[in-house]
Design a protein. Structure first.
Length: 266
């Protein structure tokens, strides 16, 4: 499933293609959304916003398209009405004079008025978004130490969108590794130094992943490995998806575990 940085990058691309332009046509694959096609046609897109792992496409008439990629959803931006050859099913299309934004394979799509956003069951439970510039490491530390979260194991807590919006499987492993904290621990088990490192790692790695298009490894090491001819899959992460390979820091083999059906590396 795409994580917060990937969704933010998709939202940026959508915004570049759609914002400030009227939609000539909007297509929904689902019958219950068909009545909204006429309501959105001709309306100007005012913003495209990433909300954790969801995207809001906002229109001037007060309607919003909520979409969540889930596991298989994928956005494509193409020239207007230039559809790719694919076996994926088109679920949503927004066309203007110059571009088409096409969402394939996703099934979690809704149309909401502005006054309905606050009550949406996914949106209203989201924790702070680490890609929001106003969020600081102090904010993350406060959440780690709060009664609501401090007794929960970090392996599960870091996937809870109510804790921090946008974190997912690869960021969980990378944050724990960078902070030097074992995934079985709870915030209540950690020293003040570990808590501080967790707060800083959650913030810095999420933002680095956004800025470097999914790369969370040390940038200097990444550049060195690139020059040596390493493929992206071998230098992208510090530990995620590197089972049995030597740690870039100490040389010990990276360990893989399955917790709650999800892969975790340390």
């Amino acid at each position: 499933m795409p994580e917060g940085p990937e969704i933010r990058l998709a939202a940026d691309e959508l915004a570049s293609a759609l914002v400030g332009r009227p939609a000539l046509e909007v297509f929904f694959a689902f019958a219950h959304l068909k009545p909204y096609e006429a309501k959105l046609a001709g309306e100007t897109v005012t913003a495209v916003e990433a909300r954790g792992k969801a995207i809001l496409t906002r229109f001037a008439n007060g309607f919003n398209i909520y979409s969540h990629n889930q596991l298989y959803g994928r956005w494509l931006v193409r020239d207007a009405y230039d559809y790719p050859e694919t076996n994926r099913q088109l679920r949503l299309a927004i066309h203007n004079r110059h571009k088409s934004a096409l969402l394939y394979s996703a099934s979690d799509i809704e149309v909401l008025r502005d006054d309905e956003l606050a009550g949406h069951p996914f949106l209203n439970k989201l924790g702070p978004n680490l890609l929001d510039e106003s969020v600081t490491a102090v904010d993350v530390v406060e959440r780690l130490l709060s009664p609501r979260f401090r007794q929960r194991r970090l392996s599960g807590l870091l996937l809870d969108q109510a804790f921090l919006a946008g974190l997912g499987n690869y960021l969980r492993s990378e944050i724990l590794f960078m902070a030097g904290v074992h995934p079985s621990l709870r915030p209540a088990d950690c020293s003040p130094e570990q808590i501080q490192r967790l707060g800083e790692a959650a913030l810095s790695l999420t933002r680095q992943s956004y800025q470097m298009q999914g790369i969370t490894n040390d940038p200097a090491l990444v550049e060195r490995l690139r020059r040596q001819g390493y493929e992206r899959s071998r230098y992208r992460f510090r530990v995620f998806n590197r089972e049995g390979e030597p740690c870039f820091t100490c040389g010990a083999p990276v360990v893989k575990d399955i917790i709650g059906g999800r892969r975790l590396y340390f």
